[in-house]
Design a protein around this ligand. Sequence first.
Ligand code: TMP
Length: 292
Amino acid sequence: MGTISQIQIEELERSHVHIPDRERVMDIIKQMKDDGPDKLQVVADFDRTLTKFTHRGSVCATCHNVLEESGLPKEYKEKAYAIRDKYFPIETDPNLSIEEKIPHMIEWWTQAHDLLMKYPLSKEMLYNMVANSSAKLRDGCTKFFDKLHASDVPLLIFSAGVGDIICEMIAQHSTMYDNMHVVSNDLDFDDNGKMIGFKGELIHVFNKNESAIHDSDYFTNLSHCTNVILMGDSLGDLQMANGAENVKAKLTIGFLNTRVKDSLELYKSKFDIVICEDESLDICNAIVNLIT
Ligand code: TMP
């Protein structure tokens, strides 16, 4: 079996890349390469998967943090950070099950969104908020988008962040191509551009299996794309492609950005490839480049 793959990806040999079953992973990549880009689709989380957790040692903003960093009163930032400091350790606690975490995540998103509603956010503020923020796409993210677009590979960005911030970040720092589709919590604005809430069902980190995308025609229209690369930084992200049809090969890539020592074994038991404390998309680019 080991010789079947005959695939060499130098990036997968790096010491921060963990592959519990290398033979299986190589066989999946080989199959994806043989099938080519026409059969491939990619489903990726946004915050801390397509974006960095840290940049040169400093923690970077998530979509929600972008709204907190500038533009709105300091009081909003302080209250939002207090909420985040309570719930982020629960989100990333390897000793709690997903079931135990879910009620806390619902509380976190509900409190964060209710708090935001109390402040005067408008559509026109988003450009500067993103431009002034510490949120950063991972190194190599533009190459990743360019390559998927050039090969006509569909990319679903499935995020519990804020859709408007995702689109603005990609517009400012890269390119939003027509092969890309964003599913997230979208802001709702009135006719004057004032934020009046969020549209649709709340998406938090652990309900990505329930989102409307699974019942929409998105995955049905891609039923010919039988090979799926899934990228995430949370165990909840593993559910993102549940609606995909006729899946023949699936490769899951997990970014472990924090509490590495505590969570590595758990991540290795869930993801095919685990990438620890990396600010780039080098590993994903190497795999995609081989397939497309
Ligand atoms: P993701 O699905 O794109 O990873 O986005 C969800 C991340 O957003 C998750 O890691 C927690 C983070 N988050 C904040 O940073 N602040 C907030 O107020 C909320 C609700 C979530």
